[in-house]
Ligand binder design. Structure first.
Ligand SMILES: CSC[C@H]1O[C@@H](n2cnc3c(O)ncnc32)[C@H](O)[C@@H]1O
Ligand SMILES: [Zn+2]
Length: 430
């Protein structure tokens, strides 16, 4: 027996970036798209008139509970920001804080049409519970840092990452999947990267890590290993077509070719890269080389929001500015990066509106001043729309937001609790 949801009366964005007048019929039991076209009926309906049904946005690199640190420390470069402000504050985070910050992040995501994300953080059981209740799709990992830790602590951190990956893969009725997530090539010791990557491989667990984000991260690897960072990562077995790296700002042509050969995806985080003055990733070169490129916000403390519409616009603008080529990173490319590219990077069977795919969808209301007139829907998604234009959000066939009202979270309570936890964390951090 099927139990269907019809999202009808609007336009639909298809995988080839064409737009047609159509309805989308969803099976609420399997969570899959049944049909796209002129579809009558449906056991339940969502009104898409005056709107565009698009794949739900996928934020392929973030640290969700960093919403608690939004605006806590700004206007510093990465290394200084992490060491002076962020890591001391994170040292104070309790599981309850992480739950409150994650709930706030998930609320912001649902409100702005994001249906899936990747999270690298701590206290992951709380994150899994939050994802389960909010109804989103996520690939999660316990982030590992071994610098400054003794051998036993460092080993325990890596073991926790693998344990989390084993325990929670398939949680939340299959909406949660996992990864082994060493923070970066410079913050986790080589002996641990080798040992735990091999264990992850044996168990089919993919890898996600920050790579080539700043020159300060590239230079020590060049000096110590006489190798580019991604060649070094490849020698450690860290680049396969299941894995995805965040940033890839300072990659040279040999590294771009290596990523393409290995099938490893790169998640571009333009707002974070601009705010921390890390640099501009060679996104058009990555795309031209055939690398899968996704899009991510990074944490809310270096962005400072989780709005993937902002991220699309930033990606397109930065792609042009950094190359001096206005045709670089066009609208279609950034919309594809934020949907199919990110979904492919994370191994989600989503990101495209076609029969049989997961019904992870957003309906954008085009009947607003900033989206009038409509010469080109895709142009508006990339350059003019905002998360505030999202009318409905659907994940796995379930309605998470209807007419701007989030159904799975009590928005006011989530905001109040997060503000309260944020205040207490920053007080403790001093
Ligand atoms: C070990 S959990 C993840 C860890 O990453 C930190 N982080 C946040 N933003 C960035 C970034 O842009 N580059 C590197 N690390 C980042 C976060 O604060 C957590 O400590
Ligand atoms: Zn990050």
């Amino acid at each position: 027996m099927t139990d269907t949801l019809r999202i009808g009366g609007g336009h639909v964005l298809r995988p080839d970036m064409s737009v047609e007048e159509a309805d989308v019929l969803v099976d609420r039991v399997s969570g899959e798209i049944l049909e796209v076209g002129d579809v009558p009926g449906g056991d339940a309906t969502l009104d898409a008139s005056g709107g565009l049904v698009m794949p739900g946005l996928v934020n392929a690199h973030t640290h969700t509970a960093m919403t608690l640190l939004r605006g806590y420390a700004d206007d510093k470069p990465l290394e200084t920001w992490l060491r002076e402000d962020i890591w001391p504050a994170e040292g104070e985070l309790t599981p309850e804080d992480v739950r409150a910050g994650t709930d706030l992040a998930l609320l912001e995501m649902i409100e702005s049409g994001t249906t899936g994300f990747a999270d690298m953080y701590f206290h992951m059981p709380e994150v899994v519970d939050a994802v389960d209740e909010a109804g989103l799709r996520a690939r999660i990992g316990h982030g590992v840092v071994t610098v400054g830790k003794d051998e036993d602590e460092a080993r325990a951190d890596n073991e926790e990452s693998l344990e989390v990956a084993r325990e929670y893969d398939g949680a939340a009725e299959g909406r949660v999947s996992t990864a082994y997530t060493p923070h970066s090539l410079t913050t986790v010791g080589e002996e641990f990267l080798v040992e735990f990557t091999e264990e992850a491989r044996d168990e089919g667990i993919p890898l996600h890590f920050h790579a080539n984000e700043t020159e300060d991260e590239v230079d020590p690897i060049l000096a110590q290993e006489d190798q580019r960072p991604l060649a070094y990562a490849d020698d450690l077995g860290m680049l396969t077509d299941e894995d995805w790296v965040a940033h890839g700002v300072h990659v040279d042509d040999t590294e771009i070719d290596l990523l393409a050969e290995r099938g490893t995806a790169v998640v571009h985080c333009p707002a974070s890269n601009m705010k921390l003055a890390s640099g501009a990733a060679p996104v058009q070169d990555l795309l031209d080389a055939g690398v899968t490129v996704g899009l991510g916000t990074d944490g809310a403390a270096s962005n400072n929001d989780l709005d993937m519409f902002d991220e699309m616009r930033d990606a397109a603008m930065l792609g042009k500015l950094s190359t001096g080529d206005a045709s670089a990173v066009p609208a279609e490319a950034v919309v594809e990066m934020a949907t199919a590219g990110s979904a492919d990077a994370l191994g989600f069977d989503a990101g495209r509106i076609e029969e049989g795919r997961k019904a992870d969808l957003a309906v954008v209301d085009f009947e607003t001043a900033r989206l009038t007139p409509v010469h080109d829907y895709v142009s508006h998604l990339a350059y003019a729309a905002s998360g505030a234009d999202v009318r409905h959000t659907v994940c796995d066939g379930q309605v998470l937001m209807r007419d701007g009202e989030v159904q799975t979270l009590d928005a006011e309570a989530v905001r109040e609790r997060a503000a309260d936890h944020a205040e207490r964390v920053t007080e403790r951090a001093g």
